[in-house]
Design a protein around this ligand. Structure first.
Ligand code: GLP
Length: 242
């Protein structure tokens, strides 16, 4: 695991963007695993800028998002489909048909999970999987617990996660209670994983996940078992690593 801590936002964002653009420039048909949340927004903005400057094309790439809320209409401002369209897809030359996000409105969610896994298998492995981390150590929406699920599954959101995400909704009651998320097994199949961590409030969980015991109580700690992980942190998140 390679851990990099950046003194400023610029270094953090540009390094993350360089990982993605070097991959795409070397391998235009690359498969990217994408994440939502506030952490990757700076990266997505930089990728748009680099695309506009002619430094990268996404035209042959295929993307797979980690997760989606259950029960939010696709065009809801807080659905992860809307997030990805607004923050990245509509500003770059990607073929929207090549962008995949679990459907949290499928009539049969179990079938949707099976179909998403099958699609990952058919296209896989993902070349580069982006990840953020929740305050409780979740990755995607794989919440801490006695056990973790390997494949894509229907996952209840913990209260802490709903509270953290309530900032995007009119009230906590509007935050969905469930999600469809790729499982830790699917995430671990990626050839390379890039974990992005920003902010003082993530310092403790970053330290626990990356240096503490490997346990289902902290899903991100499983990344310690992956052979090719890079972690990019800002100074706040990396505070306990000095
Ligand atoms: C969300 C997402 C995760 C994300 C995490 C942290 O609920 N499902 O993929 O990494 O929470 O989000 P943020 O970057 O906003 O702190």
């Amino acid at each position: 695991m390679n851990i990099y801590i950046y003194e400023n936002e610029e270094g953090f964002v540009q390094s993350a963007a360089n990982q993605v653009t070097s991959l795409l420039n070397a391998k235009p048909y690359a498969k990217l695993g994408l994440a939502t949340g506030s952490t990757p927004i700076g990266l997505y903005t930089r990728l748009i800028e680099m695309h506009r400057k002619g430094l990268v094309s996404f035209s042959k790439a295929t993307t797979f998002n980690l997760d989606e809320y259950v029960g939010l209409p696709e065009n809801h401002p807080e659905s992860y489909r809307t997030f990805m369209n607004e923050k990245l897809f509509k500003h770059i030359d990607i073929n929207i048909e090549q962008t995949h996000i679990p459907n949290g409105n499928a009539a049969d969610l179990e079938e949707e999970c099976r179909a998403y896994d099958q699609m990952l298998e058919q296209h896989g492995p993902i070349d580069l999987q982006l990840l953020g981390i929740g305050h409780n150590g979740h990755i995607g929406f794989n919440e801490p617990g006695k056990s973790l699920t390997s494949g894509t599954h229907l996952a209840p959101l913990q209260e802490k996660t709903r509270q953290a995400n309530a900032r995007f909704f009119p009230s906590i009651d509007d935050v969905p209670t469930h999600s469809v998320t790729m499982g830790v097994g699917s995430i671990m199949k990626a050839n390379q994983i890039m974990l992005l961590i920003r902010g003082e409030d993530k310092a403790e969980i970053a330290h626990r996940a990356l240096t503490g015991p490997i346990t289902t109580d902290c899903p991100a700690s499983l990344l310690q078992c992956h052979p090719n992980v890079i972690v990019l942190m800002d100074q706040g998140a990396g505070r306990l690593f000095k």
